[in-house]
Ligand binder design. Structure first.
Ligand code: 4NP
Length: 161
């Protein structure tokens, strides 16, 4: 069965759609059966495509996120996803407030998976305007996520064998 991962930021127009696009492409390239989605803790941009500068900077790296549309994260997401990945600590605590009592779905930060291992939060490029730096960090964190996904697939196969 497909592993379902939800990426979450504040507005769902910069960091989380970019993270989704990066991981979606990496998993496709590796033949990993992963379903991705993204959402925002806020509802400022519902139904909107990713922010233009983020779309363009990602496109220049071969990542097309023009098909994605913003939505708000909801309690039900805890039941629909195997893993929820937050872009910063504020997102993480906002997401945790929505957790249904029966859910054990892990919610983790994305940036600590990056190769320097010291970054907690993905700085918001909507405010910093550093879209390249944001994508550098997201791509590094995505590389850090893949071994865990491969391991998950192996464990899944072993449980079914
Ligand atoms: P994101 O960035 O959380 O990475 O999508 C933001 C985009 C827009 C706003 C905030 C954060 N906003 O306040 O409109």
């Amino acid at each position: 069965m497909s592993t379902r991962i939800l990426f979450v930021c504040l507005g769902n127009i910069c960091r989380s759609p970019a993270a989704e696009g990066i991981v979606r492409d990496l998993c496709a390239a590796q033949g990993l059966d992963v379903t991705t989605d993204s959402a925002g803790t806020a509802q400022y941009h519902l139904g909107k495509p990713p922010y233009g500068p983020m779309q363009q900077t990602a496109k220049a790296r071969g990542i097309d996120i023009s098909d994605l549309r913003a939505r708000q994260v909801k309690s039900d997401d805890f039941l629909r996803f195997d893993l929820i990945v937050a872009m910063d600590q504020e997102n993480l605590s906002d997401i945790e407030r929505l957790r249904p009592a029966e859910s054990e779905t892990p919610v983790m930060l994305f940036a600590p998976l990056a190769d320097d291992g010291r970054t907690q939060d993905v700085p918001d490029p909507y405010y910093t305007r550093d879209f390249e730096g944001c994508l550098d960090l997201l791509q590094s964190a995505a590389q850090g996520l893949i071994p865990g996904l491969i391991q998950g697939v192996i464990e899944d196969l072993q449980t079914r064998a």
